[in-house]
Ligand binder design. Structure first.
Ligand code: SR1
Ligand code: MG
Length: 416
């Protein structure tokens, strides 16, 4: 039963976990709660509830895709996966996600911490805000959640049970498989793009190497159940203040490749980079562009360093077991195995990032970084180098050695 601003107080006023937080009938009647509907995402209803004692966020899944309408049904069970992912992420990287106060599986609703004065990271980057901690926090979050949810760390029975639990998130995986890896590369009915890109779009859809790369990444996405991934880790799934970073919205969580979250995240930073010229009316964004390339490099470096740290200190799972290496005094073999794993993540990360950049420009679900550039010619001028960059990293992912190579390429393409 979908909540509304009007019905929410009566529906949740009697729930102790909510009433004790927001201020229930004893302090203040739920009827006097201030309720606002704030959801602007593609899928769900989101409310902020404020009462005498405090505030909370109420998120409810709808039985269809909000962006498209009830012609596209979507099961409510995504709320179950979001709840279970939030619980696991909090355990694996404490303080990185909003606290969960209450979950009603039948009504597909989660009541969680109201983050204030946080704003969506994508919005902050569009506004030209340079956030000092975001790269470090996201590098740590990805390394900790992805390592600790994998067979490098988990007890194998527990991990297999968890794999089975999340295996049913099929419809949301289906969305990603179609919208990210397939639709952008043919004239799918819901696709759209900025008019000035017609020639470029035709060329990309005729590009055999690119289509093979996208389908290879789709195969890896669908078949490599390495760890519990967030599944939709773009800059709209991150909330920030100048000092804090919180990751939200893991309803796409499933057991997938370690590189997926990192690739999606860096793709969104690269798109922010290429969109900056479109937001220059209020002053040069040269420093913002440098900042973003720095964020990309730092996120990757922190991810890699923390992953290596966890590998050396916490590796207990069945993969590359310590008794094969360290326990026999063979630390070198352990480091070689680590390098092999990280090298694989690097190449896959580039593949995922490339297709994510394409789908946000050519597919159904665009992003505000480009969409808020009203002048279509200017928007196309920003999207063109992003498309070229995405093509380069997806196709050449096995031959790119280091991040500075990509910073140079990004600058060259951006300067046109
Ligand atoms: C139909 S859903 C479109 C997109 O919104 C979500 O945030 C995911 O990114 C999905 O691909
Ligand atoms: Mg989302």
């Amino acid at each position: 039963k979908a909540l509304s601003v009007e019905t929410l107080p009566a529906r949740l006023g009697s729930v102790d976990a909510v009433a004790s937080l927001v201020g229930g009938p004893a302090e203040n009647s739920p009827g006097s709660w201030k309720v606002r509907e704030v959801g602007d995402g593609n899928l769900n209803l989101v409310f902020i509830v404020e009462g005498a004692k405090g505030a909370a966020v109420v998120k409810q899944a709808l039985p269809y895709v909000r962006l498209v309408g009830d012609s596209w049904p979507l099961p409510l069970k995504r709320s179950f996966f979001e709840y279970h992912a939030l619980i696991r992420q909090e355990k694996r990287d404490p303080g990185s996600v909003p606290a969960v106060h209450y979950f009603d599986e039948e009504q597909a609703l989660i009541v969680m911490e109201f983050l204030s004065p946080h704003v969506i990271l994508r919005r902050a980057l569009i506004d030209g805000r340079e956030l000092p901690n975001v790269a470090r926090d996201l590098g740590l979050f990805t390394a900790r959640t992805l390592f600790r949810g994998s067979d490098f760390s988990m007890e194998h029975r527990e991990r297999k049970a968890d794999l089975a639990l999340f295996a049913d998130n099929t419809e949301l995986c289906d969305i990603t498989e179609n919208l990210v890896f397939t639709d952008p590369y043919f004239e799918a009915p819901m696709n759209r793009h900025t008019p000035g890109l017609d020639g470029m779009v035709r060329a990309l859809r005729a590009d055999r190497d690119l289509k093979v790369a996208a389908q290879t990444m789709k195969h890896i996405f669908a078949s490599r159940a390495e760890t519990l991934v967030h599944g939709d880790l773009h800059s709209g799934s991150v909330m920030v203040t100048d000092s804090q970073t919180r990751i939200i919205d893991p309803e796409f969580a499933f057991y997938g490749p370690i590189a997926f979250d990192v690739g999606m995240l860096l793709a969104n930073f690269w798109m922010s980079y290429f969109s900056q010229r479109g937001h220059e009316a209020d002053g040069s964004r040269a420093s913002m562009r440098d900042y973003l390339l720095g964020v990309i490099e730092e996120t990757w470096n922190v991810f890699r360093a923390e992953f290596a740290n966890l590998w050396r200190t916490e590796r207990t799972g069945m993969l590359h077991h310590r008794s094969l290496y360290e326990d026999q005094g063979d630390a070198l073999a352990s480091e070689q195995a680590l390098n092999h794993v990280v090298h694989g993540i690097w190449a896959d990360m580039l593949g995922f990032a490339g297709v994510e950049m394409h789908r946000r420009i050519l597919g159904l679900a665009h992003n505000a970084d480009f969409e808020t550039i009203e002048d279509e010619a200017l928007r196309a001028r920003c999207e063109t180098p992003a498309l070229k960059f995405g093509r380069h990293i997806a196709v050449n992912r096995n031959h790119i050695q280091a991040m500075d190579e990509l910073a140079t390429l990004a600058r060259l393409l951006d300067e046109g």
